[in-house]
Design a protein around this ligand. Structure first.
Ligand code: SAM
Length: 218
């Protein structure tokens, strides 16, 4: 798509914040400049620097928030696990597993996955194809093309998110939950559901056996 010369106020010289007037009108598509993203992330700085904190951007665009979140998490991986290649790579993939997005438009969703994959690849040695394939498999699950308001995916099915965990010794766990169930979590702490334990209300729709990076990449 041609650049239309529509630049948002405060944008860095090579930062394109608007793709077309039509897309702004149709989808409210205006991207957030990096300086503003950084300022906003600093408001929850300790969470952005925690490897296992989970971030969901329900209108993620091409990842202007999710990429810097991943960068901060990878800096935490380097500080904590940078001395062991094994731990560093496994925790880097786990950091990626904790980043989620929903985006209505297929080109933005694809760009978001590609931008996150490139950020991960810069951190992991480029010769390690298996790690990049595992990262792509995770991103295919975590960055959903869909409607965050209707909570449906591109095929009008329920949006499903994977809850990933790193069990140590090279094994990951995965449990899938419906997004519309997860959004009830806040209201469940009061009122009708308060007498129930959380696990009685929210059960995964699928639980996987522990997986290695090789299994994820396959
Ligand atoms: C204002 S832009 C923000 C993009 C990104 N969060 C950023 O700050 O750069 C809003 C994005 O939400 C997407 N969008 C609009 N309606 C949506 C919906 N119902 N569900 C998911 N995404 C939606 C648009 O395509 C657009 O990419």
């Amino acid at each position: 798509m041609a650049k239309l010369g529509a630049w948002g106020a405060g944008a860095h010289h090579d930062e394109q914040l608007v793709k077309s007037r039509q897309r702004v009108a149709d989808h409210g598509e205006v991207f957030t400049p990096r300086w503003l993203v950084d300022d906003m992330l600093d408001l929850v700085k300790s969470e952005t620097e925690r490897i296992d904190s989970r971030f969901l951007e329900p209108a993620c665009g091409s990842g202007n928030f999710l990429v810097p979140v991943l960068e901060r998490k990878l800096a935490a991986v380097q500080a904590r696990h940078g001395r062991s290649d094994f731990e560093k790579r496994h925790y880097a993939l786990f950091a990626l597993m904790c980043v989620y997005g929903i985006e209505l438009l297929d080109d933005n969703a694809a760009e978001c996955r590609a931008n996150l994959a490139a950020t991960f690849a810069r951190y992991i040695s480029p010769s390690e194809g298996i790690w990049l394939r595992a990262a792509e498999a995770v991103l295919a699950v975590n960055i959903v093309q869909g409607d965050a308001i209707a909570m449906t995916d591109a095929t009008d099915g329920h949006i499903v998110f994977a809850e990933w965990g790193y069990l140590g010794r090279g094994k990951y766990q995965r449990r899938d939950f419906r997004f519309d169930d997860l959004t009830q979590r806040a209201s469940a702490s009061v009122g009708l559901f308060e007498a129930f334990e959380e696990h009685e209300i929210f059960s995964p729709i699928r639980t996987y056996p522990p997986m290695t990076v090789q299994e994820l990449a396959a």
